[in-house]
Design a protein around this ligand. Sequence first.
Ligand SMILES: [Zn+2]
Length: 104
Amino acid sequence: MNPRLLEAAKRAMSKAVRSTFEEDVLWDHDKQAWRVLSATGSGEFYFLRINARSKRGDPWWVRLVCTCPAADSGLDVCWHKAAVALRWRRGKMPKVEEARVYGE
Ligand SMILES: [Zn+2]
């Protein structure tokens, strides 16, 4: 795997560990998406869904799609994805298997 991507993933995850609070990551039942508050303080939310082109066992940055500008500019890794993945690990969010897959 691309070492730069792995490095970016590591950085995103450590940011998520440092800065994610309970209210920063929520499961939005209506949208069937995880909702993460932007870290810029704009009060904006980004929505994350399961990437239909991914499969079980793919890394979290592949498994998720995010609506943030980083994703728009083609970056695979963002800290919103890391924040959701962190929640999965801690068993506090609906898991991939329980969520509707985006694009299906
Ligand atoms: Zn994002």
